[in-house]
Design a protein. Structure first.
Length: 86
């Protein structure tokens, strides 16, 4: 399955607001997508709660995985963006 590693861009990491935005985008994509810390177990990117369990802070590398390249690119861009600045 294709994957890419991105650095968390949100100022306080993947807490409730960024996790919800990412989860909603993953659900809308309708294609399975996971997030994982490097070397860690993947979690369903369609679940804000599961994303928050990663404990990913700003600057943490996160591996985004999906069979669909568009979904992969979309979710990776959201992880890398400062979603608290919007």
């Amino acid at each position: 399955m294709p994957s890419t590693t991105v650095t968390v861009g949100s100022a306080v990491g993947l807490h409730a607001r960024p996790a919800t935005i990412i989860a909603e985008a993953a659900q809308e994509a309708g294609t399975p997508v996971t997030l994982a810390l490097e070397g860690g177990d993947p979690v369903d990117a369609g679940s804000a709660l599961m994303i928050m369990t990663l404990g990913a802070e700003k600057g943490t590398n996160v591996v985004v995985t999906s069979d669909d390249q568009t979904t992969l690119d979309t979710i990776a861009a959201l992880v890398a963006k400062d979603l608290d600045a919007d």
